[in-house]
Design a protein around this ligand. Structure first.
Ligand code: PLP
Length: 379
């Protein structure tokens, strides 16, 4: 008889987002406000850089951690952008932020360790943690405007806490962590010795000045901080599978081993496009998203669905409490009855909400919001 496979993995459910997308695909004409990627194309100059690398024959195994040129470009970009000082040897190019998170957690976790995940949260964190026979401990932020409350954080930390994952701006709420939240995380990291994993993939997509990053505010915790970043969202490069992880040399050395065993390296011929992409200012895309966000907020207010104002990314996470429906039923009925797809809050550990993405064309967004309003009005 066949032996069971990884029991922790077997217990993981397939992503609920996939179920919603499959249901939406069964309804022709359904408008998907459920996606997590820009509808723009990768800038032409970035595509040209990769094509030129292919034409030069850069199709061999690259250095495991990425080419020195690409790591230098990232290190100086981080320094110029926000004064985050990492040597090129403290950077690894990864297969997207997804692999950066997998390699980081693989390098850190022992069975039975706990990782604090403030919810609502991107589902990947919990899945990776559980695959490593560790526990994801949710920290509910819904009653604190999606901010991290120091006392609530303290209550979920223990001597088993290995890491705290933060994501600002957040997927699915679009909220950015304020100084008090960042300081609360820093205090607990200091007291427990836990790592702070900063999923910063949306940090360039913010709608106001002065949004602080954890690593910039708390340089004293450099030895415990890991930064995960990606080319996917600011430069519309989701299919390139290109991201990076930056951390203090000793921590990075362990992550490098995990990275090597998991994937060996990122893709060779996309690495020469790193510098080109980093040189492109995503400001025009941000202005487009900001205008859409403002329309979404106005329309949600009209529908009577409360929402905490998103300050970044391209998501809103309204409460559906006034409708009296659970989020799964709300989303399934919205697809079947009016042809608009949203993602249930349960996919992010937060019942009573739905995630609405506004990284779609203006026409689709307006029509999708019109359908949503009709659905809510008819409940
Ligand atoms: N982190 C967050 C918060 C995300 O929303 C996503 C993708 O949606 C990722 C990481 C993964 O990004 P990548 O495409 O770089 O793997």
């Amino acid at each position: 008889m066949r032996k069971p496979m990884n029991r922790s993995l077997a217990r993981l459910e397939p992503s609920g987002i996939r179920r919603i997308n499959a249901l939406a695909a069964e309804h022709p004409g359904c408008i998907a406000l459920a996606l997590g990627e820009p509808e723009f194309d990768t800038p032409a100059s970035v595509r040209e850089a990769a094509k030129a690398a292919l034409d030069r024959g850069e199709t061999h195994y690259p250095p495991n951690n990425g080419t020195l040129d690409a790591r230098r470009a990232i290190a100086s970009h981080m320094a110029e952008e926000e004064g985050l000082r990492f040597a090129p040897d403290e950077v690894i190019l990864t297969d997207g932020a997804t692999e950066a998170l997998s390699s980081t957690l693989a390098a850190m976790l022992d069975p039975g360790d706990e990782v604090i995940v403030p919810t609502p949260a991107f589902g990947l964190y919990e899945s990776i943690v559980r695959m490593h026979h560790a526990r994801a401990i949710p920290l509910d932020t819904t009653h604190h405007g999606f901010q991290i409350d120091a006392a609530t954080l303290r209550a979920v930390c223990s001597d088993r806490t290995k890491a705290i994952v933060i994501c600002s701006p957040n997927n699915p709420t679009g909220c950015v962590l304020d100084a008090r939240s960042l300081d609360a995380v820093a205090r607990m990291a200091e007291e427990t010795g836990a790592y702070v994993i900063c999923d910063d993939v949306y940090h360039r997509l913010v709608y106001e000045e002065g949004v602080e990053r954890f690593a910039a505010r708390h340089p004293e915790l450099r030895a415990q901080t890991v930064i995960v970043d990606s080319f996917s969202k600011p430069w519309a490069m989701t299919g390139w599978r290109l991201g990076w992880v930056a951390a203090d040399a000793e921590v990075l050395a362990q992550i490098a081993k995990a990275h090597q065993y998991l994937v060996s390296s990122a893709v060779s011929f996309v690495m020469p496009a790193v510098q080109t992409a980093l040189g492109i200012d995503p400001a025009p895309a941000i202005e487009v998203y900001r205008a859409r966000r403002d329309r979404v907020l106005a329309q949600l207010a009209f529908m009577g669905l409360p929402v905490v104002e998103p300050k970044g990314a391209f998501y809103a996470f309204p409460s559906i409490a006034p409708t009296g429906l659970e989020s799964g039923e709300f989303c399934e009925r919205a697809i079947r009855e009016v042809g608009v797809a949203l993602v249930p809050g349960t996919c992010f550990g937060a019942e009573g909400h739905v995630r609405l993405s506004y990284c779609v064309s203006d026409e689709d967004l307006d029509e999708g919001m019109r359908r949503l309003a009709a659905f809510v009005a008819g409940l």
